[in-house]
Structures are given as C-alpha cells and as structure tokens.
Write a protein that binds this ligand. Structure first.
Ligand code: NAG
Length: 177
C-alpha cells in the first residue's frame, strides 16, 4: 500500500471511532503501540434522593455523560469524551492512551427524565465520580467501571420511607451526612 493510502486508512479509522463514540463494537482491536480503554458505568434516576443505589433507583436511558481528564499540575483539560446511555442506562466510552498523571472524572451532562434532573453536588458524589485510567498500576484489564451516577428526583417518592426502613436508615440521617 502507498504511504498516502495508509494515511487515508488511518484518518478514516479515526473518523469512525469518533462517529461511533458510544456504540463501540467489540471488533476494534487495540493497537500495539497505544492502549485504549473502555470506561463503562450506569446512570440512574435516584427516586429517593439517597445518593446510593436502592431498589427504587431507576436506570436512565439516553442520559448524556462526559468523561473529563485534567492535568494535575496546571488544571488544563486534557481529555473530553461524551456519550449517552443505552436502554439499560449503561454507557461505554472509548478512551485513547494512558492518563496516569491526570485527574479523570465522570460528569453528568443531561437527564432524559423531566422530573429527575438535579445533579448532586456533594463532595461525596464528586469523589465517587473519579476514575483511574492507566495500566501503570498493575491493572492489565482495559475496561474501567465507573461508580454509578445519579440524577436526583425533584421529590423523593412516598415508597422511599419503606426503602429507608428496610435499610434501617432514616431520611434525616442521610440528609445530614
Ligand atoms: C501538566 O502540566 C505541566 C505544566 O504545564 C506539564 O509540565 C506536564 O507535562 C503536564 N502533564 C501532562 C500529563 O500533560
């Protein structure tokens, strides 16, 4: 193959990757020279405003999420990948190369449910959105599982009292922590 032919092939491959962003096919083999990662996770509507998964948490299809990495030293954005959840509320994002020295986190962008749009801004929620994207820590697996992300429902459903009771927690205690 000619040099320009190769370049066209490479350019087409890159375009395909960005086009398919979310709908990643398994068929794409990682190249030898550069590690690729898949970051997978779930998005829920938190019917109980509990900030943890429970039986009333509802998987949210068509939610928009963004993975963002920043340089630890000067805080500049080094990577942005956007995607959308499928019908099971699951997203999968393709990430090129290792991001060892960067701070990477999942960010909720847009809810698909009218009454479930609030993004929790507690420190706890922010912490749990962090994700490590490197192989230089002994993990050879290239799929990374992010912690679940939650949009909060405007008002907790009445059934939530039952859920909290089952978990032997009172809503007051949760709101305090
Ligand atoms: C982060 O920024 C610093 C200072 O601008 C630079 O020296 C370093 O190479 C950057 N690191 C990464 C991983 O981009």
């Amino acid at each position: 193959m000619t040099k320009s032919g190769e370049i066209i092939l490479i350019v087409s491959a890159v375009c395909l990757f960005s086009l398919f962003g979310v709908i990643q096919a398994e068929a794409e083999a990682p190249t030898q020279t550069q590690t690729q990662f898949h970051v997978e996770g779930k998005v829920y509507c938190d019917f109980c405003r509990a900030l943890f998964e429970n039986r009333l948490s509802k998987p949210m299809p068509d939610a928009k999420v963004r993975l963002q990495c920043r340089n630890q030293t000067d805080d500049t954005v080094t990577l942005t990948v956007e995607g959308q959840t499928d019908e099971r509320g699951v997203y999968s994002l393709l990430v090129e190369r290792d991001h060892e020295d960067e701070i990477c986190e999942m960010i909720l962008m847009k809810s698909s449910m009218d009454d479930c749009t609030e993004i929790p801004n507690e420190g706890h929620a922010k912490e749990s959105a962090r994700i490590t994207i490197t192989n230089n820590n002994g993990m050879s697996e290239t799929t990374r599982h992010a912690n679940p992300l939650f949009f909060l429902k405007k008002e907790a459903s009445p059934e939530c009292d039952e859920v909290f009771k089952e978990l032997e927690l009172l809503p007051e205690e949760i709101n305090k922590s």
